[in-house]
Design a protein around this ligand. Sequence first.
Ligand SMILES: Cc1cc2nc3c(=O)[nH]c(=O)nc-3n(C[C@H](O)[C@H](O)[C@H](O)COP(=O)(O)OP(=O)(O)OC[C@H]3O[C@@H](n4cnc5c(N)ncnc54)[C@H](O)[C@@H]3O)c2cc1C
Length: 393
Amino acid sequence: MDEVYDVLVVGAGPAGSTAAMLLAERGFGVLVVDKDRFPRDKVCGDGIAPRAVHSLQVLGVEGELKGRFRRTRGIRFYATRDGVTEVRYPMGSRYPDHGYVVPRRELDDILLRRARDKGAQVLEGCRVVGLLEPEGGRIPGVRAEKEGERLEIRARYILGADGPSSVVGREAGLLRRDPLYLGVSLRCYMRGVRDLADFLEIYPEDAISPGCGWIFPVSGDTANVGVGFMLYARREKDLNLNRLWEAFLRDTRHAAQKLASAEPLERPRGAILRVGRRGAFPRRANVLLAGDAASMTNPISGEGITYALESGRWAAETLAAALHCGDSEILALYPRILNWYYGRYFHYGTMAIRYGNRPAFVNPLLAVTSRLTRLGDKMGRFLMNCRRSDYPL
Ligand SMILES: Cc1cc2nc3c(=O)[nH]c(=O)nc-3n(C[C@H](O)[C@H](O)[C@H](O)COP(=O)(O)OP(=O)(O)OC[C@H]3O[C@@H](n4cnc5c(N)ncnc54)[C@H](O)[C@@H]3O)c2cc1C
């Protein structure tokens, strides 16, 4: 391809489309490439937390969700040995008082369409397979394949928003393979789920510990149901996603009852998560990473849409400044911004889940929070990284 774009965005998930729409809106030449064609499915729990809703409001996208998708009012945690803790948004924070459950097939399509409307060019069905050889310390572009044809795409800056297995991140030497920052999950849409309400339901039940399960209401009696665990946990226990899934459906005290007469609408599908900030370094020369590629998933909740949207916004701001000033060294700010805003929380979150995610701690904690609303709110704020003192970005 002959054109040299200002920014090439690899990946049209929430991180990539957010960055693309903000850069295109400012008049920069942006090309977004994605290996898939949209609308496409993406393995996810589909839970949009209040902090993510705030970003969607800033982007002017929430209007497309209202009345169309399930709105949620909070979270319920089910402990095996005691009652249910119900936490209601905004949990004493300044974030919105609601969330949503939006199938990613829909959400990502809405965001990509918005990026296109703002002027970003989009190339679907185009898989990036590597980076071009560096020229003068910069990466001049990527190698890609589209319908069997090989392409070279050139740009001043490259944003790798291509998810947890990021080709851009791997080729630039920015990804770590430390199991402390890698998780695996499996999800399946199921119909006939009992007693669904406007709450995300989380099941840290003994039968699947140190894994965790969820049931998120999609519409009617259909839910997004899944389980997952962190890879380091395999050192302590012989864990396997399929067995964990079976145990979730059969051996849990609460979830198994809810799912007793539910039937799957598809084969369960798995995916990896890159969590906790330190699973990747987000910059090399003129290349930035955002979202899962930059290991921006919350290590406690596994929630990554919030941070894909936020890091997409930060990446766009930094790239716009670099393009405006003609100085790529401005990109050095990006890792600092991510560390400043997320480093501490993600570090303590990683440690909290590493050492606290066991029945001997979870059961008593949920027993107390089920009785004390304010403590439940505090736990909810910690889980969702919504501090009382935060002014939403
Ligand atoms: C099972 C599971 C459940 C989850 N549940 C939730 C939840 O309920 N709530 C929540 O907030 N988060 C959840 N997450 C995390 C969330 O899915 C991610 O954090 C989020 O999708 C990150 O967005 P992203 O834009 O960084 O990457 P992605 O959404 O992964 O998008 C990356 C894009 O890059 C494209 N791509 C990949 N490789 C290439 C390539 N080589 N060339 C071109 N394009 C490429 C892909 O096709 C994709 O469109 C869950 C994750 C998993 C695995």
